[in-house]
Design a protein around this ligand. Sequence first.
Ligand SMILES: NC(=O)c1ccc[n+]([C@@H]2O[C@H](COP(=O)([O-])OP(=O)(O)OC[C@H]3O[C@@H](n4cnc5c(N)ncnc54)[C@H](O)[C@@H]3O)[C@@H](O)[C@H]2O)c1
Ligand SMILES: *[C@@H]1O[C@H](CO)[C@@H](O)[C@H](O)[C@H]1NC(C)=O
Length: 446
Amino acid sequence: MTQLKPILTHLDSIPSTPGKFKPDKSSPYNLYRLRFHPTLFPRFTLWSFFFIFFIVLLIFFSSPTNPTTGNSRRSLKNSLSPSPPLGPNWERRVRASARPRSKTGFTVLVTGAAGFVGTHVSLGLKRRGDGVLGLDNFNQYYDVGLKKARQGLLERSGIMVVEGDINDAVLLRKLFDAVAFTHVMHMAAQAGVRYAMQNPGSYVHSNIAGFVSLLEACKMANPQPSIVWASSSSVYGLNSKVPFSEKDRTDQPASLYAATKKAGEEIAHTYNHIYGLSITGLRFFTVYGPWGRPDMAYFFFTKDILRGKEIKIFETSDHGSVARDFTYVDDVVMGCLAALDTAKKSTGSGGKKKGAAQLRIYNLGNTKPVPVGRLVSILEKLLKVKAKKKVIQMPRNGDVPFTHANITLAHTELGYKPTTDLEMGLKKFVKWYVSYYGSKKKKSSW
Ligand SMILES: NC(=O)c1ccc[n+]([C@@H]2O[C@H](COP(=O)([O-])OP(=O)(O)OC[C@H]3O[C@@H](n4cnc5c(N)ncnc54)[C@H](O)[C@@H]3O)[C@@H](O)[C@H]2O)c1
Ligand SMILES: *[C@@H]1O[C@H](CO)[C@@H](O)[C@H](O)[C@H]1NC(C)=O
């Protein structure tokens, strides 16, 4: 999760560096690589040169589709993207993916479906018979190959993931026109705490503008869907009262990421109040597991330990240990499904409120904070490799020293009850990691 990463992040271990990152999350990465790859250049024929020149012209003369991003590359992507031709065949696939197995099943739009939690939630929904349509912009915050592999996994279960941005109002309209979604599971966001210092705009783009764009589409839909979305434990910020309860103060965010999640909670209130949308926010606490996020500590520790690279372990200024309430992804998925199952219907339609609607917020944590040192020793045991550890003081750039969820409310109202401890969960993660990256290595050595 967002906070875990901070614990030990050292800039160079974040998978993407500022040079690799583009502020625009929907840029055509393949084209990019081609254009800027110096060793490829001499091999270009005159033809390729003209082709590229033409593309560059296109970039310069195409106007931004969304003035708030101010980035004209977005439109290029749309013209090159193979996935949404938006024709009748595309629409048929969209409908087929969203169709539930039974009459009582839900029809769910999952945003951020190629992301870590989005993938697991989509599979969970599909498995029990709900219809699922995914939406994801496949941005390069971390390895796009991993997102594509998750997409492959979803496709094999009959789930289509539309490639597009939640800021694309035209696309959202098309999706809502094609399918009467009963629910929206909104997982798309710019995650990570420290990256906000490199690319603050991406947080505003996805977590604030994107959320508003999605809520606008939901509010106009007829009938309006019920919405469940991912907030974050980071909203507790500098709050030092533990365990964190939903009623605790959340007005002291320690990072821009946290501030945008907090803003999301306030925006949810507005759309609930004005338009009668039923909205449930879930504050996730350091979610981990198979198909996880490479920017999080448990993930890059595993990678670095296996490579014999030194890992940096953060401690607080008074030499205390940094701890996180690690929550296994299957437990989080159970909480997400329970939130959908208990969500009341939105009351409005076509942009008009017809009565008061449900507005909820829940912690989804594990209630057992674990010091990072313990995380490392579990990994050492599972990987059978001793880690090269370096303990350093946690920089003050958005990380909080400690998270601990009070999950009484989610337990009472959602029946939420996490069952996987860190040892068991990491065992499943390591098993996935070794098979995923092990088999990749074999393939690429050809
Ligand atoms: N993993 C955690 O520990 C954790 C903790 C707290 C909160 N959360 C929240 O849970 C949600 C899921 O997190 P995750 O760990 O799966 O992250 P993730 O980065 O793996 O997934 C997010 C997905 O959203 C997509 N996306 C981002 N911006 C988009 C946009 N503008 N349009 C369309 N797609 C877009 C990304 O490509 C990505 O695939 C996020 O909202 C995150 O902030 C996660
Ligand atoms: C946990 O939250 C519940 C409300 O959901 C509250 O009644 C209880 O006092 C909290 N427990 C602690 C230890 O803070």
